[in-house]
Write a protein that binds this ligand. Structure first.
Ligand SMILES: C[S@@+](CC[C@H](N)C(=O)[O-])C[C@H]1O[C@@H](n2cnc3c(N)ncnc32)[C@H](O)[C@@H]1O
Length: 317
């Protein structure tokens, strides 16, 4: 298996510093589903709850969840996807893993049948049986930290893809939703200040580039569907800001004025970052490659199959 150079992703302390502040605070602006991810919007009148549900159904549809399936949710948060898989898709068993103690307690209290939630890093996950599908909704941003080289990031992501492949049935699907870096640099002091603040509010967080994910999954998975819904994140964030504004005093009571203001500023920056293309929102569907061939494949394809200067062998002519 590829090595990660010992980096295990965001530390539990850093994850809890962000996520374990107050369930009620998150509920104020995320809404009742507590979905902490970009929604999938339709044109015209739409609501945050509908956009979140549409996003969940899109991702679960891409994952091909059917009655009787066993599913893993990496970075399950407050369990909205897990609940839907069991109640609407009749999944047989759903395992959710997260680094947030608050999320574990919340989701356990929901007592959703046929689900198990664990305080566990995916690196430590050892499934008893293969899964029919794996979803990972906005956890990948935590798999690399600021300051890591592209090569080190890619090595870490490859470890993740490699593990997922070994946990999946051959016909299974891996579905990822993740914020990624766009191909611009924010030469703007206000935006830079906001992004700097975001690195404090979301400690040890560093999104990927799409190209890093492609390199990391190469030879392990085929990418079968890809969309970039950056503008959907901007719309989601605008709703989160409106919700926060509507109950601003209570939010500050729960987490303190400074934290409430920091979240607000980060979200305001993020609206700009997504609208202007500094950040993207990718939704990716992967299917496992039956037999990984490794680097020899590229050599053989480029030098044998794709060579036009060789005479065509009789049996192909
Ligand atoms: C932004 S939240 C998204 C939660 C949920 N998927 C949703 O859509 O609402 C990111 C989640 O990823 C989890 N996470 C981050 N790194 C992880 C890791 N290495 N192993 C397991 N969970 C992780 C966090 O604890 C958190 O629950």
């Amino acid at each position: 298996m590829p090595r990660t150079n010992g980096y295990r992703g965001v530390s539990r302390d850093a994850a809890q510093k962000h996520y374990d502040v107050s369930d009620e605070f998150f509920q104020i602006w995320l809404g009742p589903s507590l979905a902490y991810a970009g929604g999938l919007w339709e044109d015209g009148a739409d609501t945050l709850e509908k956009a979140q549900l549409r996003k969940t159904d899109y991702l679960l549809g891409q994952a091909g969840i059917r009655p009787g399936h066993r599913v893993l949710d990496v970075g399950c948060g407050y369990g909205a996807e897990m609940q839907r898989m069991v109640e609407e898709y009749d999944a047989d068993s759903v395992t959710g893993i997260t680094l947030s103690e608050a999320a574990v307690e919340w989701t356990r209290n929901l007592a959703i049948p046929r689900t198990e939630i664990r305080l566990e890093n995916w690196i430590d996950h050892r499934p008893a049986q293969p899964y029919d599908a794996i979803i990972c909704v906005e956890a990948m941003e935590h798999f690399a930290r600021p300051g890591m080289s592209g090569r080190a990031k890619t090595r870490g992501y490859r470890e993740f893809f490699s593990r997922c492949r070994s946990w999946l049935r051959p016909e299974g699907r891996l579905v990822i939703q993740t914020i990624t870096w766009g191909h611009r640099f924010p030469w703007d002091l206000d935006l830079l200040r906001g992004l700097y603040l975001a690195s404090k509010v979301y400690p040890e967080c560093n999104p990927s580039y799409l190209t890093e994910l492609q390199a990391a999954s190469d030879g392990l998975f085929d990418l079968v569907a890809l969309r970039n819904d950056f503008d959907h994140y901007a719309r989601t964030l605008r709703c989160w800001l409106e919700n926060l504004d509507a109950d601003r005093d209570r939010a500050a009571q729960l987490v303190g004025e400074k934290k409430a203001r920091d979240f607000e500023r980060c979200m305001t920056t993020a609206v700009r970052a997504f609208s202007e293309g500094w950040l993207h929102l990718h939704r990716l569907t992967f299917r496992p490659v039956p037999e990984p061939v490794g680097p020899a494949r590229r050599f053989l394809v480029n030098n044998v199959l794709a060579r036009d200067s060789l005479p065509t062998p009789k049996f192909l002519g």
